[in-house]
Design a protein around this ligand. Structure first.
Ligand SMILES: [Zn+2]
Length: 476
């Protein structure tokens, strides 16, 4: 996520940074070798092919969750009814399943968003109930706990099906909302909250604007039934919509490794572009100031730029529904809710496809692992790097979401200082060395849930970089 309150200079800043991006493309930074075919999905061959540094991103786990989501959007565009079927294979024994109900957070619920689970079925299901986890008091709770009739052993599977209803509130800078002829919901279903090797994540839903989830990359299929005059842009490779009767259509998609799902439904006009094998689709609303084709080309160009540093784009598709300007953007697997014309926000959210989408983390416990890296990445592709003044900001970049008293301090320390610290670490270690070590981290932690020590391990032969990160509180 990134959020900047809209102000009159945003459009100008966007134009200026476009110029900087083009200038940045003209020369390879710091002698980094660009492969002859920038769309070729080959990993930089300088990466050492050993266990700590696989030559390409490790594949998603065979025993990852399998999740099927069915959403139906009501004619009033404010109620989503849904069913979620989960096949879960824990790596530790457990007698329950815990799901995070993010619409019920104190950030989202005051605007009229609410998620209620109406039924849970499955032959191993005993009963289900809510835990607060500091949810907004008018909601049923922040966590849904499904108790099983008996413990599931590690490596065995359990299947449950949940029925739910999601109410969408008024549009604001959030992952849920409605506006004229438009609805969007992301994290709009009970989110399975298991951390392999650790267990269930029961972290509180904080009042600070930002993500707090821990979720595995799941083999995910999605269907969305909606009024036939509306278009759907969501996570996953989408099929053509099929008629569903009564003036409605059903849209389907699939994503082989998605930690979460975003859906936007509205009168989108869409345009596409390609970055190698990655298909980009941008949707804009009627009367939008954004040119969808230009934005799609821009996103394609950024993907190709980032692939030089981070390796192949993690997904086959990227959809970008452009929402009204609420001042920010929110990343989801293979989809971005873009609610700002600011180019740096597009850059930041695309970087999250690697740092969050592919390399997961506890967004509550270690928010820097996605936000500091996405902020750092801005400076690699022509946006202003987070600089030395940010380094002087007091506070530990490795703090958890509950350590920050407000969003301003969270953004300053994790995004501003965090991005600057990574830039300084790269400068200290040498750009080539740092980029190579970072690629080891990316490849080794792909589709898993990384921890700060994984960063330290990847940088272990670059003590100057580790020292800078350590002094900024990255490692606790
Ligand atoms: Zn972010």
């Amino acid at each position: 996520m990134t959020f900047r309150r809209p102000h009159p200079t945003v459009a100008l800043a966007g134009l200026l940074s476009l110029g900087m991006l083009l200038a940045g493309c003209a020369a390879a930074p710091d002698g980094l070798d660009f492969p002859p075919d920038p769309s070729g999905r080959t990993i930089d061959d300088r990466v050492d092919p050993d266990a700590d540094c696989p030559s390409e991103a490790v594949a998603p786990a065979e025993d990852r969750p399998v999740i099927a989501l069915e959403f139906s959007l009501a004619e009033n565009l404010r109620i989503v009814t849904g069913t979620e079927t989960v096949t879960f294979t824990p790596d530790l024994p457990t007698d329950e399943l815990v799901f995070r109900l993010i619409p019920n957070s104190p950030v989202s619920a005051p605007f009229g968003n609410e998620l209620t689970v109406t039924d849970v079925t499955g032959k191993e299901v005993d009963d289900f109930g809510y835990e607060s986890a500091d949810a907004y008091p008018t909601t049923p709770g922040g966590l849904l706990v499904v108790r099983l009739t008996e413990e599931v052993e590690a490596g065995n599977s359990v299947e449950v099906s949940l029925d739910f209803e999601l109410e969408l509130g008024d549009g604001t800078f959030d992952r849920y909302g409605t506006a004229d002829g438009l609805s969007w919901w992301a994290s709009g279903f009970p989110l399975l909250s298991w951390e392999p090797g650790v267990g269930w994540s029961r972290d509180p839903l904080v009042t600070v604007l930002g993500e707090t989830s821990t979720s595995q990359a799941a083999d995910t299929t999605i269907s969305v039934e909606a009024p036939e005059d509306l278009e759907v842009l969501m996570t996953g490779a989408q099929d053509r919509p099929e008629p569903a009767g009564d003036g409605r259509r059903v849209w389907t998609s699939s994503e082989t490794a998605a930690r979460d799902v975003s859906v936007a439904v509205g009168r989108f006009d869409t345009e596409g572009a390609a970055a190698g094998d990655t298909e980009i689709t941008v949707g804009v609303l009627p009367d939008a100031a954004t040119d969808a084709a230009e934005l799609a080309e821009d996103a394609a160009s950024l993907i190709e730029d980032f692939e030089e540093f981070f390796g192949p784009f993690p997904y086959d598709t990227l959809t970008i529904p452009v929402l009204p300007n609420f001042g920010g953007g929110i990343e989801y697997p293979s989809s971005i809710l873009l609610a700002s014309p600011s180019r740096v926000i597009l850059v930041h959210e695309i970087a999250h496809m690697w740092f969050y989408g592919m390399i997961g983390n506890s967004q509550f416990r270690d928010p820097w692992l996605d936000e500091a890296f996405a902020s750092y990445a801005e400076g690699l592709v022509g946006e202003p790097a987070r600089d030395g003044t940010d380094l002087e900001i007091p506070g530990d970049i490795g703090d958890s979401m509950s350590d920050f008293p407000d969003a301003d301090e969270y953004f300053d320390v994790v995004y501003g200082k965090g991005g600057a610290v990574l830039t300084a670490a790269r400068d200290a270690a040498g750009a080539d060395e740092f980029d190579r070590a970072l690629r080891c981290y990316i490849n080794a932690q792909a589709w898993q849930i990384a921890v700060p020590d994984d960063v330290a391990a990847a940088l272990s032969e670059l003590p100057a970089a580790v020292k800078i990160l350590d002094e900024a509180g990255a490692f606790g």
